[in-house]
Design a protein around this ligand. Structure first.
Ligand code: FE2
Length: 400
């Protein structure tokens, strides 16, 4: 999506003969928005329609949890057991019609290929490295990377070491915020990242093997398996604007101010009715009267989930690496008692967190219920006579 790329061999012009050892290749236009959105053109050894066998269709079932009370919530994900692979290991935490948010700690290698036929994906890699092998080529990744995989990409993860991801899937598009781009698509000087921070596929491998290759495709609310008699990475070359890419959260350049900057200054991606933001280590507000911790705010038209990646969250009771707070719509939220006072004079924060704000309510799953702290809603409550938190001000959570 970000800018024009080309890998492998493509013919001089679109839609002309292009051959491999005398055989006419199959040209596939893979595009969005009915031929007026971004697209790439791929050249295949085989027709991408070619299917040897239709396999099973497996419906995606969600176990919803409707809590008894509407309240702020805290989920502790860090000790969730590993399981499954990069697709089957996704454990849905919360969702609505615009986005599904899952935790994954895969410990199995995919023995099939996957394609999301009905949504874009962002895999935030909290821990782990490896390569996402795709029909566009290899996409290496490491800790801190957002791996952006547009719908229609066929892929398989090849992992190195333990893996821990936060996964977003959306029936809409994952885009770079419009306000970061000029009318030609170039990222503006004021944007918190630049094209050099965006990493497209590095190397294209054209596979010519024959055999039995299962491809699982997410479509119509389930997974349809197809068996191909050829390796699905049979692309000789491609070019265009649509391809998987990575962006490291560590390359996000924080925007700071003399007084507190609002959450949109941390925006990294825009989705359909949601945003993804990165809260990165940074200098804090520097006015001599600044309160560096956020003001209370009522997110009347959005739900806010924050995933804590690294840093010292000691000032928020129960919040640790891998924790998720959910501040649902209709309620105010803000720092716990005593923290605004304690934050005064704090000059920098070393916390790293990923936030997703949705503009429509999120539903929760039974998996979320199992890791719900259950007491977070009371963390602003002080018994009469209490003096507030005794926690270390250096760990003041700066972005809630
Ligand atoms: Fe907030």
């Amino acid at each position: 999506m970000p800018f024009y790329q080309r890998l492998g061999e493509v013919p001089r012009k679109r839609h002309i003969q292009f051959r491999d050892n005398g055989t006419l290749l199959t040209e596939e236009v893979m595009g969005l928005e009915g031929f007026v959105g971004n697209e790439s053109i791929l050249y295949h050894l085989q027709s991408p329609c070619r299917v040897m066998k239709l396999g099973d269709f497996e419906e995606i079932e969600r176990e919803e949890w409707v809590p008894d009370a509407h309240a702020h919530r805290l989920f502790n994900t860090y000790d969730v057991d590993p399981g499954g692979d990069e697709v089957t290991g996704r454990r849905l935490l919360m969702w609505n019609g615009d986005v599904e948010i899952s935790l994954a700690r895969p410990d199995e290698q995919m023995d099939y290929f996957f394609r999301n036929g009905e949504g874009d994906e962002v895999v935030f890699v909290h821990e782990g490295s490896g390569t996402v092998e795709t029909n566009f080529g290899d996409v290496p990744y490491k800790d801190g990377d957002y791996v952006v995989i547009p719908r229609g990409t066929t892929y398989r993860f090849n992992t190195e070491g333990p893996q821990r991801y936060l996964v977003f899937e959306t029936p809409g598009l994952i885009e770079i915020p419009r306000r970061y781009r000029n009318q030609y698509g170039q990222l503006l000087e004021g944007a918190p990242y630049y094209h050099r921070d965006i990493h497209p596929p590095t190397e294209l491998h054209t596979h010519r093997e024959k055999g039995e290759f299962p491809v699982k495709v997410r479509v119509r609310g389930g997974y349809q398996t197809y068996v191909l008699d050829y390796h699905p990475f049979d692309v000789v070359g491609w070019d265009g604007y649509l391809y998987p890419w990575t962006f490291s959260v560590h390359d996000f350049e924080p925007i700071t101010g003399r007084i507190h900057q609002p959450p949109p200054s941390h925006q990294t991606f825009q989705g359909r009715n949601f945003v993804i933001c990165s809260f990165c280590p940074r200098k804090l507000d520097f006015d001599e009267l600044a309160v560096p911790i956020p003001y209370h705010h009522s997110n009347l038209q959005s739900e806010e989930m924050i995933y804590y990646v690294s840093g010292n969250f000691g000032s928020r009771k129960g919040v640790d690496v891998g924790s998720i707070t959910l501040h649902p719509s209709g309620l105010p939220h803000g720092p716990q008692p005593g923290l605004a006072e304690k934050s005064i004079g704090v000059r920098e924060t070393h916390e790293l967190a990923v936030m997703c704000d949705t503009f429509h309510p999120l539903r929760l799953t039974e998996f979320a219920r199992g890791i719900d702290d259950g007491t977070y809603a009371y963390s602003w409550f002080e018994e009469p006579g209490a003096t507030g938190s005794d926690d270390d001000p250096a760990g003041v959570t700066s972005h809630l």
